[in-house]
Design a protein around this ligand. Sequence first.
Ligand code: ADP
Length: 358
Amino acid sequence: MKNKDVNDKKEIERKVLGKLATIIDPQYKKSLADLGFSMSLIDHPKDPEELLLMLKTSHKDKRHNIHLESKIREALVGLKLKNIIAIKFEYDAELAQKNITKPRLKNVKKLIAVGSGKGGVGKSTVSANLAVSLALLGYKTGVIDGDIYGPSMGKIFGINERLALGGDGKTQIYPHKTHGIKLMSFSFLLDRDQAVVWRGPMLGKAVEQFLFQVIWGELDFLIFDLPPGTGDVQMSLSQLVEVDGFIIVSTPQNLAIQDARRAAYMFKGLNVPLIGVIENMSEFHCPECGHVSHIFSKNGADALAADLGVPLLANIPLQEELMEASEKGEPIAISNKKSSITKAFEDLARDLCERLKI
Ligand code: ADP
């Protein structure tokens, strides 16, 4: 190889690696240099026309690398190089240990995410009643309804008024307050019949604003009610802030359980501790004859919890009154203090406090 070629390559390498070192990683909000992501630029082993950028990162979830790659591509365009550069990521477990710290939400003792595999399994109903039970035990509690596709907290708590999110990135927002709970919901931003067409970056921005621009004040618990599945809201939440734990809600049948497992593994992969599983609509007690039937099968959540190595936190039965209470805009934990379901939620809240040592 001629000296000139070698020098050209060195120059390209210097430019590329210098530029990359200053890129801010979308998850950790630090530069690649500060994070210690090691990089090298080599001749592509399969294509003599190309160069290969090798990058060791601490991202276990490949989607973080995809976000990072788009930033790298943007930076490379800025360098106006003639060469084609392929990018290869490699996971570095040691780095992951080092880079694990994420910012905490100021003044919030425990940020808990509640998720599910499928929609309609009662995740929001559970989140709402758990929040009420925590508040009734004297804990300062907030709820973020981050279920963009089916925001139902407003309905469950009987709140219709809208709130405006600041578009300037500076405005602060007061959450709604009801029954001692502070509440922020996607539904407060949408018109009643408005179709939701928000995509990744917009969702990420809204999650950021819900977390950092809402005036939460001091909270013992902030419950983040996630949309079902493993999408952009989940990713944004885990990127933006340290989540203290994840609770998965599922009905017992395999169809729901298999998706719940995926959601649980996603959070495990993002280093969010799994607290446990809540089975909802476990069984139906006939109010006439007392007969117990398992409309959505049985023991599915037990098996999921055992498989994940976490406890089954509660079994909430299928009950008309629970549904009706939400329809009327007052969670059952408020509307009927004597109900066995209210007791089940109170037990769940106490158990959670014990587990989280709060
Ligand atoms: P998700 O948040 O998983 O989409 P929701 O909490 O919105 O689910 O619940 C879906 C519907 O099921 C609502 O009408 C709710 O009132 C009802 N529901 C939830 N849990 C129960 C239950 N244990 N018994 C009866 N109805 C329930």
